[in-house]
Design a protein around this ligand. Sequence first.
Ligand code: GLU
Length: 706
Amino acid sequence: MRIAMLLLGLLIGFSLFADDGMWMPHQIADLDLGEQGFECDPDMLFRSDGRGLMNAVVKLSGATGAFVSPDGLILTNHHVAYRAIQRASDAQHDYLKDGLVATRAEEIQALGQMAYVLLGYEDVTAEIKAAVKDKMTYRQKYDAIDKAKKKLVKRAEQADADSRAEVADIYSGHYYYLFRYKRLLDIRIVLAPPEDLGRFGGEIDNWMWPRHTCDFTFLRAYVATDGTGAAYSPENVPYQPTSFLKIALDGNKNDDLNFVMGYPGRTYRNDTAKEMQQAIDYMAERSTLYTELMAFFEKAADSRDIEIKYAGTLRGLANAHKNYQAKMAGFVQHDVLAKIRQREEAFLTWAGQNQADAEAGRYERFLDDYQAAQNERRGLESLVSGYSAVPVLLSQAYTIYRTVKEREKPDIEREAGYQERNLIDIRQRIELADRSYDVAVDRAFFKYLLVRMFDANPARVPIALQQVVASKSEATVSDFVDALYDATRLQTAAERLKLLELNLKELRAISDPLLELAANIEEQLEEVRERDKALNQEKMELKEAVMAGMLRFDRMAPDANSTLRLAFGRVAGYSPRDAVFYTPFTTLTGLLEKDAGQEPFIVPEKMKELIAARDFGPYVDSEIGDVVTCLLNTTNTTGGNSGSPTLNAKGEIIGILFDGTYESVIGDYHYIPELQRSISVDIRYVLFVVEKYCGATWLLEELGMR
Ligand code: GLU
């Protein structure tokens, strides 16, 4: 009886309304959205001629933006453009603190920012599966799939010099899709608010409601005169998108239909309870680490210049740390693992304890071995690529060494990420590193990490460092690192770029101690990576078998995988805890209430004057009698969705998504409808700041608002 009830619950849960998923464009037609009040023609969402609403949405390195004018203007979040703003800043030109308001001629390069416009995608499951034969070993299958993907990508990218392709899978390799993009390399910063507005509330308000952050930035994409995506040049012209979104000033009411289009990164809803337990362990370990790293960088930043250089790193650590805290709390509070186990039980009962049962059991046992392998690899990678903060010079040495080494092989056999097609990104990483590190801090950081390894499991310490770590002597560590940093020639980007052009023999002949250390670490990592290929394939296959059963059981939305998705929902408040209910709109009045005159709650003087004058123009909400600053809706989103346009039922922008709530981030693992909420900045607040605070009337004209 209990199982039957559960099953019924699951079935009803899956078919209620589409706001439990992040849907791929082709899945939307099946969702029956007309009934929910959706006023757009579903055929107008994504179109192969580029004229759909979703075609206006761009992928921005790990986040989202949307075209909002025929001249390549992109609307995204301040926190999405944060690193680019940081790279353009120093103590004299402090765009982070002061913001930037640029006319067309004054726009500055958004260094490191690229934009990807989706041209189309196709199901390539058959091609990928055809590469795999039954009698192959896991390793052979891994290689066959890897090669098939690379071939598909190569073929797709041959079409145009600026085209980029990627193969992404859903339901653990159940389906594969080939996505084709146009890559835009020349992105510029048009308007960024000062940090006091764009990051109002800072880490205290991050992942929280009520929120008053004006988290927006305008960028612009430029292309060569022939229309191709090309590197920055003063000759480049604004990109003319095939589709751009319109803005609505009439706002939203409680319960209005909203939808969000963007590039959500990763969710884990289709994971098993055991996988989730492993994720909890990982988050706990990372939380401790991030707390310590944040303390290190806060202390190290003893001048504004250094503070700026590490601003992005620090912010990334703080953001992930709070997100993990919120998720771990959510797991406990909602007894998520027990619920997932119940789901698994119900599924097994349905499946009649047959083949699927066997697969699920095998998968569970396999996960222990897999986890042990993962832990070993992470430990070895931790100094060169694995953390969100690594000693920059060592990781640069590692990038150079690996790129040069991989280049000795034919292109198709090189590791993904180190092929000819990746050289643009690699060169850029090397060039821009100098803007986000200080050599004295980096040296101290390397020492700090080695000292931190004194208590680590020795198997997780690279062999090349085991001796110095085993000394457990800070003086020995200090001498070791000083010797590396005193002798290396990697300190300037110009020098590093030169080294990148050498062949392996020439590179080794230089005997740079940081390159030699990187080479030693890589030698060990390569073995582990090769071993893990077979394990990864086994994991994928075992999980696919489990997923195949689950998919026959009922409809499941695919987990996010950094491809274009659409999520639906309604404007709604929520109750975070007993006796508390949050309404879905915040206002300028609330902004003033939070003003504390000190960071992160400083309302700039000019803003106070504007509010006092109540000169809200068309941006006031007639019902509320104030400018709405942020809003909540029930859309199902996650990291990567930042900068996604939030649209009304007609497909017009009413806000820009920028966060989730503390109580809802558990949704990456387990969806709780009463708590699932996304936070957007109201577009009217954005335009109020653009017009009244920044005086950028030319931008309003471009947006068609005048
Ligand atoms: N909470 C983040 C921030 O404002 C953005 C959301 C995300 O990382 O997904 O920094």
